[in-house]
Design a protein around this ligand. Sequence first.
Ligand code: CU
Length: 162
Amino acid sequence: MPRFIVLLASLLVLFSAAASAHDFRLGELRLVHPFATPTPPTAAVGAVYLDIDHQGSTPRRLISARAHIAEVVELHDMSMHDGVMQMRQLEVIALPAGEVTRMRPGGGYHLMLIGLKQPLVAGERFPLWLTFADLGEIRVEVWVESAAQGGAAADAHHHHHH
Ligand SMILES: [Cu+2]
């Protein structure tokens, strides 16, 4: 009986994740739809993406991130150098005032989960803490879903609010 209820609850979570997006607010920052793409069972790394909609007039900076499911979380940028995709660690991610900083699989900014303690399974969720200079720390919930699904949900969320 209890097993049946747990199964039903997890199906409901999957269903709602497919149909919606989520966001968080810290001061004038709106943190839109944090998501992570699924990983193979033995993967040591993963990546988190979110859009940061900065609706204020003072430039802000994301300075660190952490999560229970990874030993460290690094701020990364991925770009092409001489035809090769390369990732580099950033000290900060600068957030220009009045702009949306987008993170998407395939290139650019992302949050790298290093020393992953468990695989990222589609439909599951996990907490992540983000620290911004002068604004402090906020806990957000990361949804594990495909690159296409996560990107589409984040895009749709912007259209909905603007
Ligand atoms: Cu990376």
